[in-house]
Write a protein that binds this ligand. Sequence first.
Ligand code: C5P
Length: 232
Amino acid sequence: MTGRAQLIVALDVPDQERALQLVDSLGPDLDYVKIGMQLFYAAGPGVVETMLSRGLQVFLDLKLHDIPNTVYHAVAGLSGLGVEMLNVHCAGGSDMLEAAASAADGRTKVIGVTQLTSIDQLALNEELLVHGSLQDCVIHYGRLAQRAGLQGVVCSPQESAMIKREFGPEFAAVTPGVRFDEDDRGDQKRVATPARAVEWGSDYLVMGRPITQAVSPSRALQRAKRSMEVQQ
Ligand code: C5P
């Protein structure tokens, strides 16, 4: 993607009421939210409509991974909700990725999850039994995604520069694992600050807990946006 990077706040809360409280506490600087499994499974598709009616853009982070036919119909239904972006696991393979791209039919950006930012080199090799380096795996999955007609990948900010180099500026790097302090990783392993994520080429920065669990979520949101601005 060309243009300015966008900040997406992850609404990882248990129900719609708390999602709306969070949206209110984030204030007017909020323009893009991520609805993941926790909220979507609890609140249902109505929560998407609610966020859209508030003028927010929605990234639906359900990480679909199933046989091509099932993913095709799931993506067709979810695109109809009017979300800007949704994602599928690249590990589902090329046929599944092509099915997702064709079901979205240009209405919604379809993004491929490469490797979760909670997975490190050791887990990749010894638990998932995927050989080689994390970087090679991310590039390989990126190639599958681009060939299948997806609009970008979810990866770590540490991999954004590599994604841009390999796949060009129009192929989006969507990056969770963003932290104000790189030592404060929690369950994420491959993290970066907002400024670095932008510097390295991330197009969409996904931030959850560092903003939503801050004493003042609106100030944390402003802080993240300011630090992104410095790089653009
Ligand atoms: O709280 P935190 O900033 O770690 O939130 C990151 C968000 O991004 C979570 O909602 C998580 O589910 C999501 N995500 C991720 N890694 C991926 C894809 C999505 O952490 N590869």
